[in-house]
Write a protein that binds this ligand. Sequence first.
Ligand code: ATP
Length: 434
Amino acid sequence: MDLKSIENIVSLCKRRGFIFQSSEIYGGLGSTWDYGPYGVEMKQKIKDFWWHDVVTSRENVVGMDAAILMHPKTWEASGHVSNFHDPLVDCKNCKARYRADHVDLNKPCERCGKKDWTEPRQFNLMFKTAIGPVEDSGEITYLRPETAQGIFVNFMNVQGTSRQKLPFGIAQLGKAFRNEITTGNFLFRTREFEQMELEFFIHPGENEKWLDYWCEERLNWFKKLGINPEKLRLRPHDKDELAHYSTACFDVEYEFPFGWSELEGIADRGTFDLDQHNEYSGKKQQYFDPQTNERIIPAVVESSAGVDRTFLTCLVDAYCEEEVRDKKRIVLKLDPKIAPITCAVLPLVKKDGLPEIAQKIVEDIRTKYSAFFDQGGSIGRRYRRQDEAGTPYGVTVDHQTTEDGTVTLRDRDTMDQVRISTDNILSELQSRIQ
Ligand code: ATP
């Protein structure tokens, strides 16, 4: 897949209602995207799959949902006010701005071809905002640049009420905002995005064991999403790449058309965050260990993934252009778990009672999966629309259905069709979707 494919994916997303440019009727807002009907279904399925895998299926992980606006001291304690910077350079000639670590300053500006850079300077990535009606006298705070701090400041509340014992995790899913200097590659780097984060609290000294554990778990999760394992890897950070709080970190990376890039960071954060909140709030952030009768500040292993980056990865990985009987077929080979529509139901013709039978089948399927009724256009055209939307299964109701109660079930990837009884549609779908 080449870079052109990203453009093809952007246009497919618009054509099929996955993603639209934000505020498009006003000319759009750069690098900001809205999820349409299919996009929001697929995104929700990715989030649900994460929540189930990381929270609901585990005894030792609980969830929470903190406010986006937090007390400004949070961001002093976390180090974001003083450390959450990227180095910024401007091209003095054309005024283009770049992250200094993303361009070679010995080479000319790629936009205008002149070599006239400003000195790199630090730029804080947090969006500032004022709380209260009068901007000047209002309290300044920030839109959260990560969901993690909402978990740390609630450590005592959640541990106290859930009565979890170490090791245990607190997970959260929600929006984060970063005033990125350069955005791009569609959903890959935007200023508003969603994160899926887990803070796993452990006895200090067990960091390595749990870092290894979560690296494996998280890499497996991406594989279970149906992403090609050969395009996934775990990459350890070099010492000079580590964030200010971290002593060891691995990135889960995917091989995009624009190169290997991060989907998730899994980091050993030590006791940094709870230590900092302990100090800045003056409120003890401690865990009473019933085995040793001691109060300790737990260490933390974090897993932090981007919802939108995962969404983009699923699309890029699933996008195929094939030749079928001398015609181009565009198909999204999405895992059935995350396809916006699980099954399309298509009456062969708009008469002879076929649409009514199809509607009834749609209702049945909807008790368990998402289903879509489509009677517009030739059957071939309707299949192609569903292939582009990534719908893994199609049921066609034809005249034989009225005679013997059977329908055809079509598989998106192989395009094979089998005849099955209407009564068996749900169980057949169930057996095909693990
Ligand atoms: P990068 O190096 O790409 O800027 P990061 O190391 O700053 O990312 P983290 O702070 O580790 O990212 O954030 C965890 C995850 O949140 C990332 O792996 C990514 O999936 C997601 N994420 C971070 N920044 C963005 C962004 N601007 N747009 C979309 N997703 C993002």
